[in-house]
Design a protein around this ligand. Sequence first.
Ligand code: C2E
Ligand code: CA
Ligand code: CA
Length: 610
Amino acid sequence: MYAIVLINAWALAFIFMSKAPVWLSVWIPGGLSLICCARLAGWWRSRHVVPSSEAARMALTRTNQFSFVLTVALTAWALSLYPYGDTYARGNIAFFIAITGVGVIICLQQLPSAAFIVAIVINTAFVTYFSIEGMTSFVVMAINMAFVSIALLLVVTVQFRHFSGAVSARAKLEVANRENARLANLDSLTGLSNRRQFFTHLEAAFSEPDGKRFAVGIIDLDGFKPVNDLYGHSVGDSLLKEVAQRLNELVDSRTHIFRLGGDEFALTLSDCPGDAELLVLGEQICTALRCPFVLSEATVQVSGSIGFSVYPDLARDVHQLYDRADYALYQGKRTNRGHAVLFSSEHVIAIEQNHQIEQVLNRADLDSELTVFFQPIVDIQRERTVAFEALARWDSPELGRVSPADFIPVAERIGLISVLTRSLLKKALAAACTWPEDVRLSFNLSTHDISSSDGVATIVGIILSSGIDPRRVDLEITETAMMYDFGEAKASVEVFKLLGCGIALDDFGTGYSSLSQLHALPLTKLKIDRSFVSNLHKNPASYKIVKSLLALSHDMKLGCVIEGVETSEELDALKTLGGVLVQGYFYSAPIPEAEIARFLPGPQVSRKAG
Ligand code: C2E
Ligand code: CA
Ligand code: CA
């Protein structure tokens, strides 16, 4: 547009150079050219700047004002040349005004207000001036120009409608795209950012390191599954929403909360405080989660555990940071459920130890190094030992005694577990054959033992050839082992059931199985995990969970063993709740076969006798 204006103006100036004074034919067009060039330069410089709506509105208003000023100036200048020209040169003035006006109106089609201003100024000046001058042919030209302007303005108006329609459609599309992206990164139930956003957030934090400590915390609810099962999914959903709200209320702007899925949440802390402060925050969260949740349908109680890890202390990258927080959480749930655990150098050592166990286990003489200990399971109403759980012990010449909690998972990982199971089961059955008929044997199976028909056949063969009545044997299976391949596990369990064995679901309450899945299994017993039992007389959350689980086992007509009872207070609380079968250090730690006799039936079961 400016190019049209300048070329046309200088063409006119050129025609009048020899006729009009210099100030009119050179200085004025020169000044106008400078102003146009300055404006052109300003636009060029800002061509990559995306203005705010307000700035854009102001710039367009300025353009309207400038259009008026420039059109008035140019028209006045062109008409002021009129007295100096002959008829031919005067025709050029009319031509200049008309053609420049048409060009400018077309160029301003995205700003119709400015196009109208230009058209009104030019036509008013044109018609008025030539009417006063009284030159008929110029008056006709002016009227002609007025009609052309009207037609052009109509075209401009229609074009502008199309243009603004396209702009608003695009804006709507952008809004929709932004909303889609937001929803894709959002957990629809709680409104928190989701797992995908969690990892995006972590990657972003790592791509722009600011030298500050950065922490990740993974939160897992304990006892969520029973709530979901007992009260239904809508209560479970309300609970998760409430949990999200409590978490949000506890943290400041440095902290982001995410829901990773199920009952797992996460938080990230930029500019993370010292370890002690971090753990204090973790404990505050755990305390908040322990408070009862008053929902419209029911009041429920759960607890939550947190695992933290910190960059750059013990994690080098995003995945290590996440894995180590998860490891700390897993350890916390095993040893100190309902609290916060920070991944530490001890955990690094434990990971290394696992590696060492793996190597030694691979070359161990399992038959001679493995023994079985037995822990009594007591009927607290009749005060009698009714069964013993067989628990593996490994005395390695290289590593000393290794806990089964440490070597069983390694044996599972490296594919040695079926060899271990065979050896242990034979030893346990041999011992059980010497016990009175009414004392049962409980034996732990792992995932791999029940995930192949060969494994199952081997176990069945060992039980049958031991000479014991299979109805005296309970096989313990954890929820996690069942969930690995539910179909296969169910088929295996059914075989054991047909044989006459009892089936106990071990560590109940810690896994994720649903009630419908449990119903599908031919279970005979539930074993409530010891993490719910510890201090249950002081911890209302644990108390309620145990109460619910006892009710559940009663409803399902299953026996229920409560594990990990250590104190008389816990025992009393369990008695109040109507618990029957109890196992734990209160009666006895696991003992070697030789010491079993003192727990065998007599009228009384003595506590830690001998
Ligand atoms: P589990 O099956 O839950 O066994 C109970 C564990 O709790 C045993 O640990 C037992 O010593 C311990 N425990 C019993 N009462 C108390 C108590 O009052 N307080 C505390 N703090 N702990 C108590 P253990 O013997 O170290 O076994 C650990 C885990 O290793 C077992 O947990 C089981 O999952 C696995 N395991 C042990 N023996 C075998 C086995 O022969 N085969 C398989 N597949 N797994 C086994
Ligand atoms: Ca067990
Ligand atoms: Ca257990």
